[in-house]
Ligand binder design. Structure first.
Ligand code: NAD
Length: 292
């Protein structure tokens, strides 16, 4: 290279290096997110991830006491102007409308919806009651519809697009023993995400799914009857379930709430700007193997 050109390249490299060292703006600064089921588990981990990237977050949950405790904990870390809570039941239309109205008033709009609130119940098909079937559908299908509709209305009225992330389950893609009500409801959730993606594209709205494999730690679902029921479906002792899930995964690793939160962040952020109607399995490589 001629001397001058070589100098210019060195100069440019130096400027680049300086730029790399400059503090970068947070990737979600100015974004406003509603997270359902945010009092604990995957919802809380997702809140931490979005808050740490600068988003304002409205946590919602049916469990008011846990919600208040989590909002207080996160406010201490991120500041009360970045995080708030709203107690609501996703199956109650007025509650859901109220939550989105509150978010608009408190933070000025809604750019991101993480639809995550959930329950789980397990029984062999011939022992599944109508009540249990309807309970699963009411939360994981009807509740998700109400949240999607209100989120969609908020985003289209603002006219600046937005992101939906549905925390579903690999059980919405593959059948799992003794969990027909849950599997069918989770399949509905995945299909709802695709419908939101299709209708939202023209408005700049993206919608994607994160499917966790079993996340035992930090999950309220796994502290209840579900754990015994899953262990019994696999003829295992409840204490050996975590090891069972680790052993059956290709990577031989368990999945934690933070792993799911990373997937949620990916679909919220510009890193996934060209992805919609997609599914990310965060399962240490279990879903494609189709083993139990
Ligand atoms: P979690 O029980 O810790 O969190 C779920 C939250 O949803 C709870 O805080 C609960 O109070 C809230 N909730 C329940 N019913 C509600 C309602 N009607 N209205 C509003 N809030 C309600 O469980 P988690 O493990 O964090 O699960 C989060 C999501 O991930 C769920 O949708 C679940 O189906 C899905 N998922 C979890 C696992 C897992 O192994 N943990 C695996 C696959 C999918």
């Amino acid at each position: 290279l001629p001397e001058q050109e070589a100098f210019d390249i060195e100069y440019w490299l130096l400027e680049e290096a300086k730029l790399q060292r400059m503090p970068k703006p947070k990737s979600l600064a100015g974004r406003i997110a509603v997270i359902t089921g945010g009092a604990g588990g995957i919802g809380k981990a997702s809140a931490v991830r979005l808050l740490s990237e600068g988003a304002c977050v409205l946590l919602t949950d049916i469990d008011q006491a846990s919600l208040e405790a989590t909002v207080a904990e996160l406010s201490d870390v991120y500041g009360a102007d970045q995080v708030d809570g709203f107690a609501m039941n996703v199956t109650d239309e007025d509650d859901v409308i109220g939550a989105f109205g509150y978010c608009a008033q408190r933070f000025g709009g809604v750019d991101v919806v993480v639809s995550n609130a959930g329950i789980a119940s397990s029984a062999p098909l011939e022992e599944t009651t109508l009540e249990s079937w309807e309970f699963n559908q009411s939360i994981l299908s009807t509740g998700y519809f109400l949240v999607a509709r209100e989120g969609f209305r908020s985003m289209t009225s603002q006219g600046i697009g937005g992101e939906f992330v549905f925390v579903a389950s690999k059980n919405g893609l593959v059948a799992s023993a003794n969990a027909s009500a849950y599997c069918v409801a989770k399949a509905a959730e995945i299909q709802l995400s695709r419908c939101v993606a299709l209708e939202g594209a023209v408005h700049g709205i993206r919608s994607n799914v994160v499917n966790p494999d079993a996340v035992l730690r930090g999950s309220k679902i796994w502290s209840g009857k579900w754990k015994e029921e899953r262990a019994s479906a696999y003829n295992l002792d409840a204490d050996s379930l975590e090891e069972h899930y680790r052993a059956r995964s290709m990577l031989k690793r368990n999945v934690f709430p933070e792993d799911i939160a990373n997937g949620v962040y990916f679909f919220v952020s510009d890193q996934s700007a060209k992805s919609t109607g997609n599914i990310l399995n965060v399962d240490a490589g279990h879903a494609p193997s189709f083993t139990r």
